[in-house]
Design a protein. Structure first.
Length: 97
């Protein structure tokens, strides 16, 4: 998900929904998205990251993104294994928004 995909998503300011379900992104792929285009995308309101083998590390990346992203209204991360640590990180990210 790094490289051209992230660069293209960052340039396309009209995307409102992004479904990356079952893409095997893993923690590293989500980190690239969160550190890049998802952090400040002005229109992206819906993201589906279902069944991507995400763990607490990915949830921490998502939490950092959630703390600053003002457009996102729906995030689907079901089917992943973020655990208690990841869930608590997401709560903190939302609190900081």
């Amino acid at each position: 998900v790094e490289g051209e995909f992230c660069a293209g998503l960052a340039k396309n300011k009209s995307v409102k929904s992004l479904c990356l379900a079952a893409c095997r992104l893993g923690n590293k792929g989500v980190a690239h998205l969160c550190d890049g285009p998802l952090k400040s995308h002005p229109a992206l309101g819906h993201i589906s990251l279902q069944y991507n083998r995400l763990e607490a590390a990915a949830a921490k990346s998502l939490a950092q993104m959630l703390a600053v992203n003002q457009a996102l209204r729906f995030l689907d991360i079901c089917g992943n294994s973020i655990g208690t640590e990841g869930a608590l990180a997401l709560v903190e990210g939302l609190k900081n928004n």
